[in-house]
Design a protein around this ligand. Sequence first.
Ligand SMILES: Cc1ncc(COP(=O)(O)O)c(C=O)c1O
Length: 405
Amino acid sequence: MSKVGTAPVTVAVPARTSGPLALQGGAPVASPAIGVVKVEITESDIDAALVVLKSGMLAQGKNVLALEEAFVKASGCKHAVACANGTCALQLAYEPLFDPGDEVLVPAWSYFATASMIVARGGIPVFCDADPITYGIDVADAASKVTPRTAAIAATHIYGNPVDIDGVEGLAAKHGLSVIYDAAQSHLATYKGRGIGAYGDAVTYSFYATKNLTTGEGGMVTTNDDELAAKLRLLRSHGEPQKYTHTMIGYNYRMTDLEAAIGVSQMKRLADLTQRRRANAAKLDRLIAQIPGLTPPTPTPGGEHVYHLYPVRLDEPRFRSVENGLGVRDSFCKALNAEGVGTAIHYPRSLTRQPVFDKPGVRHCAVADRLSRELFCIPVHQALTDAQIGQIGDALAKVADALRA
Ligand SMILES: Cc1ncc(COP(=O)(O)O)c(C=O)c1O
C-alpha cells in the first residue's frame, strides 16, 4: 500500500477558487494550461539516437540487447525479449501459453489489445469485472467464470497499479492456468517487494510515446522460463535460429536499434521519473481527499503503484451536467479543461461494450460499466511543479463546487 517517495507535502489545501467557471466566461485557474502528459526526450536520448543513425546499423542489434539487459535488472525477471510494440508483445506471449479454442479470463477494464490479441491467437476472451477499489481484475468474478475450457488468465496492471497478484496466482494454481500479466502501463511496479517481472509465466510491456518509458513505439516480454524465452525470440523473428533456417512460423516483430538506444538512455532515469510520479500522486491524493464526491486512486495492498495514469473517480449522482446531452463526468472534464487542466478518459467504454465484442451472449460487467462513466485521468507526470499541482487541486475544487448536484 506504500506511496514510496512521499516527500513532505508542501502543497496548500485547495483555495475554493470562487468566481464563475472559465467555461462560463470566468478566469481559468491554470494559465498556461497543464497537459495531461508530458513527453520528455532529453539531449542524452537524442545523442544516443544519433550514434545509431551515424553508425548505419539501424536494425535489431547491440542496443536491443542492452535494453533487454537493463530491463532484466530493473524488473525482477530472468529474460527480457524486446519487440515492436506492446500489442505484439501480448501476441508473442499468448501464442505459447494457450491454444486456439481455449477460453482466457481477461479484465473487461483494460486497453483493447489485452483482449483483442486473445482473439488473434484464436482464443475466446471471457470478460471479468473490475475490482471497484483498485480497478484490477476482480479475482472472485474471474473464479466464477472458470470452465473446463479455461486455459489462461491475462490480468492487467492497470494505470500502473499492480493487480492482486496473490489472488490471480492462487486462482491459476487451483485450475492449472497459464498467467500473463499486461504491464504496458506499469514499468518498475513492484508487488510484495519484488518487481512485477518476478510473477506469472510472462509479463508484457509497451513503450508507446506516452508511456513512463518510451521508444516511440516499442514493447517487451519478460519471463523466468528459459524455454519460453527461447520460443519468444524465435517467434519474434520468423522462427529463424540461423539466418535463412526457419524451424517454426514466426513474425517480424523486432525492435529497431534506434528505438532501443532511446530506451537504454531512458532506463537510466526511469527510477527517478517514477519516484517523481509517486511524489506527485501523494500530493494529489491529499488535495482530492478534501473534495467531497471525488476519490483518488487506491494502490493494491502489497503493490507499489507507478502512476502511469492518475484516475480520479467522480461519484456521478453527486454532480450535475453543465450541458444537455453531455454526461456528468464528461461535463466535469470539459469544465476542468477550460480551467486549464488537461484530462484523459481511460476508458470511455468497457471492453464488453466495444462493438466488436458486444455480441449476443456477451456478459456485461457492472463495475467496469460504472468506471467507464465515472473515471477521468488528470496530470501526474514527472514534469509537474508544486505550483501546478496546487492549481490542479484548485481547479478540481472549483469545478466540484460549481457542479455539485
Ligand atoms: C494496458 C495496455 N495493453 C496493451 C497496450 C498496447 O501497447 P502498444 O500501444 O505499444 O501496442 C497498451 C497501450 O496503450 C495498454 O495500455
